[in-house]
Design a protein around this ligand. Structure first.
Ligand SMILES: C[S@@+](CC[C@H](N)C(=O)[O-])C[C@H]1O[C@@H](n2cnc3c(N)ncnc32)[C@H](O)[C@@H]1O
Length: 259
């Protein structure tokens, strides 16, 4: 990835700017601002219930971003998440905001032994990764036999997108199913994000306030402009339902597939 890469702008540079904005607004803004893939607590609750995340659950969050979802299940359920994320700026932000255990790591080559975790999830990551089967296979490898793997996937509903945001590779249904099967995972249940309660107003207000503070501080910076354009392009695809968010609960196949 180059210094001009909008993925770096969005997931590294702007992610790290979140910290100063939260410090200015108050710690209660950290969680809403740091959930960049899912946003809604209802979505995280659905996935946490499906995966059986409770007190002490050792959870891998791969592509954890700024760490909001992991911090949410740590706070609400007493889970013990570990964050893996390739962007050092996002890892730094997660550490600053939540004191989370975090490792700078590519989700295609996780630095964990087999069966380290009780469960794993990857939220809004699959569409940023070309080699989806390897990303999923790494999640399966990292969880103990029988452990759950949760996904938030932005699924493409049309053959071709009119405007493909740089660095994004939204899978259609067939590609998602093929990648899940190739990873030795089985889909157990799923729910469209649209079927769950939306983001609560106070949560949305806090996230917006952080975005506004970052914008005020950095709107003249070309990195903010590129990241903002990227976010707008994806928001547009979602609002036109050309891509739809789906939560998926998977389990490892009994026989598995050799990694
Ligand atoms: C839309 S954000 C979601 C962040 C977080 N999961 C959340 O829900 O708030 C996508 C994340 O995927 C990460 N990502 C991109 N390529 C990755 C890879 N090869 N392995 C793991 N994560 C990756 C990005 O750096 C970014 O933090």
């Amino acid at each position: 990835m180059s210094e001009q890469d909008p993925m770096v702008d969005e997931f590294d540079t702007v992610a790290s700017w979140t910290v100063e904005a939260v410090r200015g607004l108050g710690a209660d803004h950290a969680l809403p601002a740091a959930c960049r893939g899912s946003g809604s607590p209802a979505a995280l609750d659905w996935l946490a219930d499906a995966l059986g995340i409770g007190a002490g659950t050792h959870l891998l969050d791969s592509g954890a971003g700024v760490g909001g979802p992991a911090a949410y299940v740590a706070r609400e359920r007493g889970a013990r998440p570990v964050l893996a994320e390739p962007m050092a700026g996002a890892c730094w932000a997660a550490q600053q905001l939540f004191d989370s255990p975090v490792v700078v790591a590519d989700g295609l080559r996780l630095p964990f032994a087999d069966a380290t975790f009780d469960a794993a999830w990857s939220l809004g990551v699959l569409c940023t990764v070309e080699d989806k089967a390897t990303h999923l296979r790494e999640l399966r490898r990292a969880v103990r036999p029988g452990g759950g793997v949760g996904l938030l996937v932005y699924e493409r509903t049309v053959a071709e997108l009119p405007d493909q945001p740089e660095g994004n590779h939204f899978p259609d249904r067939a590609e998602l199913e093929a990648a899940v099967a190739a990873a030795g995972l089985r889909m157990v249940e799923e729910v469209p994000l649209a079927d769950l309660p939306g983001t609560p107003d106070d949560w949305q207000r806090a996230a917006d306030a952080v975005d506004d503070a970052v914008e005020r501080q950095h709107r003249d910076d070309p990195r903010w402009v590129r990241a903002h354009e990227q976010e707008d392009a994806i928001g547009d695809l979602i609002s036109r339902e050309l891509v739809v968010g789906v939560l998926v609960h998977c389990r490892a196949e009994a026989q598995g597939v050799p990694a």
